[in-house]
Design a protein around this ligand. Structure first.
Ligand SMILES: [Mg+2]
Length: 183
C-alpha cells in the first residue's frame, strides 16, 4: 500500500484502516496493535441515523471487544442525549453526547473516561471530517467504516459529498484499502 506524506494536509483525512462495517474489525488485531480503548461514533457507525435498534451481531461484536480487554466509549455529535444513553446502556458502554468533533477536547474527555492515552486509543467512525480528522488531530489511530445507511442529518449530507470524493481519491491512489467482512 502507498504511504501518504505525513506532513501533507491530506494525511489528516486519511484513515489508518478502512472497513466495510464495524463488525468486520477483529478486536484481537486492535489488541495486538496496543489498542486498549475505543472511541466509537454512533450514527451510521453503530446504528442507522435516527434508529435505536442494536442488532445482535453488533452486541456479539461488543462482547468480543470487551472480552479482549478493550474498553469503549461512544462519542457523538448528536444532541439527543436520551437516545444515545439508551443505546449506550444496551451496549454497556460510556458515552459523550454533543461532542463537537473534530475538536480535540471531546477526544481527550473520552480518553479520560477510558483511562487510556493517545498511543492506546483508536477512533472508529463513518465520517472523514469529524471522526478521522478529529482522531488524527488528537494523534490517535483511526478506522473509517462505510456508513450503515444513506440517511443522514442534513448538514452531514453536504459533507458526505466531499468525503466520498476524498475516500475515492485515497483508495484509487492506494493510500488506504477497503477491507470487507469476508476477508
Ligand atoms: Mg456518524
Amino acid at each position: 500500500m502507498a504511504s501518504i506524506n505525513r506532513n501533507s494536509w491530506l494525511s489528516h483525512l486519511c484513515p489508518d484502516e478502512y472497513y466495510e462495517r464495524v463488525e468486520a474489525i477483529a478486536p484481537e488485531r486492535l489488541w495486538e496493535r496496543g489498542i486498549r480503548g475505543l472511541i466509537l461514533d454512533l450514527d451510521n457507525t453503530l446504528v442507522k441515523y435516527h434508529e435505536h435498534h442494536v442488532n445482535s451481531e453488533l452486541l456479539r461484536w461488543f462482547d468480543r471487544v470487551k472480552s479482549q480487554g478493550i474498553t469503549c466509549c461512544i462519542l457523538s455529535n448528536n444532541h439527543r442525549r436520551r437516545r444515545i444513553n439508551r443505546i449506550a446502556d444496551k451496549l454497556g458502554v460510556q458515552f459523550v453526547a454533543r461532542a463537537g468533533k473534530p475538536r480535540r477536547r471531546p477526544f481527550l474527555t473520552a480518553m479520560h473516561m477510558l483511562n487510556t492515552d493517545r498511543h492506546s486509543t483508536a477512533v472508529i467512525g463513518d465520517q472523514v471530517f469529524t471522526d478521522v480528522l478529529g482522531g488524527k488531530r488528537s494523534g490517535l489511530y483511526t478506522v473509517l467504516i462505510q456508513p450503515r445507511s444513506s440517511r443522514d442529518f442534513i448538514g452531514t449530507r453536504v459533507m458526505r459529498c466531499f468525503e466520498t470524493g476524498i475516500v475515492r481519491y485515497l483508495t484509487t491512489r492506494g493510500y488506504v484499502r477497503l477491507v470487507t467482512g469476508h476477508e
